[in-house]
Ligand binder design. Structure first.
Ligand code: NAI
Length: 253
């Protein structure tokens, strides 16, 4: 797909990997529509992109809320024209062991609120935005692309029952949509990043991060633009469909 003048919605685009993708795709000629629920951060991000000569716009929405998602895709169409692509990138962490116990005594359990919050944003959000974007692109006759951001954790990870389940679901949606939507001229693929240097990894405990880095064959965290480049590759290569590309420095076993 040609990125020149393409309107690409990026959820969670106000910072981190999403903002890096907006810069990278913007430099290649795309017009990013950043969707985020953090209004202040969104303003900062859009100003930064516009200063870099990129035709970006910001849209406040909660990806986990059906009405908010419906409204935001209508607003993007009205403000920027028909959609050509979506990057389902918004995601949150609420880590915790399923059951934390010592000497046969249960100290803590993963709360239903932490479970539900992550499923709502990281899985239901992907479903809602993917559905809205696919419907819009089919009706507008665009041969668009949906890129989902999964994670290395989709294979299962200590302390991440909620996150791992959501990211495995995102990988499954990618295969399913790749099959369902191809007949309408749409492609769907995903990126499963390993550990990348962003605010999200900065919020992890330092000893956990050191342990993680030591276990990465290339001995470093990934850079956000290394994920953005993979997303651009998916947009560019019309034969990539229904697959998850792993970009993790060789970490996954
Ligand atoms: P981040 O925390 O830096 O940025 C996430 C953005 O999403 C924030 O701007 C936040 O306001 C927005 N957001 C959160 N919930 C939202 C909602 N309900 N509606 C709208 N916007 C919402 O995260 P980061 O590190 O940039 O990660 C981006 C994606 O990449 C996530 O899906 C994450 O799971 C995934 N990922 C990140 C890795 C990393 O090492 N940073 C590794 C593997 C996957």
């Amino acid at each position: 797909m040609q990125l020149e003048n393409a309107v690409i919605a990026i959820t969670g685009g106000a910072r981190g990997l999403g903002l890096s993708m907006a810069h990278h795709l913007g430099k290649l000629g795309a017009r990013p529509a950043l969707i985020d629920f953090d209004n202040d951060q969104l303003d900062k991000a859009v100003n930064e992109l516009v200063d870099a000569g990129i035709d970006a716009r910001g849209f406040v929405a909660n990806v986990a809320d059906e009405a908010s998602v419906t409204e935001v895709f209508a607003d993007i169409r009205q403000g920027m024209g028909p959609l050509d692509g979506l990057i389902n990138n918004a995601g949150i962490l609420r880590d915790g062991l399923l059951v934390k116990a010592r000497d046969g005594k249960v100290e803590k359990m993963l709360g239903l609120d932490a479970w539900q919050a992550v499923i709502d944003v990281n899985l239901t959000g992907v479903f809602l935005c993917g559905r809205a974007a696919a419907a819009a692109m089919i009706e507008d006759g665009r041969n668009g692309v949906i890129v989902n951001i999964s994670s290395i954790s989709r294979a299962g990870n200590m302390g991440q029952s909620n996150y791992a389940a959501a990211k495995a679901g995102v990988a499954a949606l990618t295969v399913t949509w790749g099959r369902e939507l191809a007949r309408h001229g749409l492609r769907v693929a995903a990126v499963a990043p390993g550990f990348i240097e962003t605010e999200m990894t900065a919020s992890m405990r330092e000893d956990m991060l050191d342990k993680l880095t030591a276990g990465v064959p290339v001995r470093r965290l990934g850079a956000p633009d290394e994920i953005a480049k993979t997303v651009a590759f998916i947009f560019d290569n019309d034969y990539v469909n229904g697959r998850v590309i792993e970009v993790d420095g060789g970490l996954r076993l």
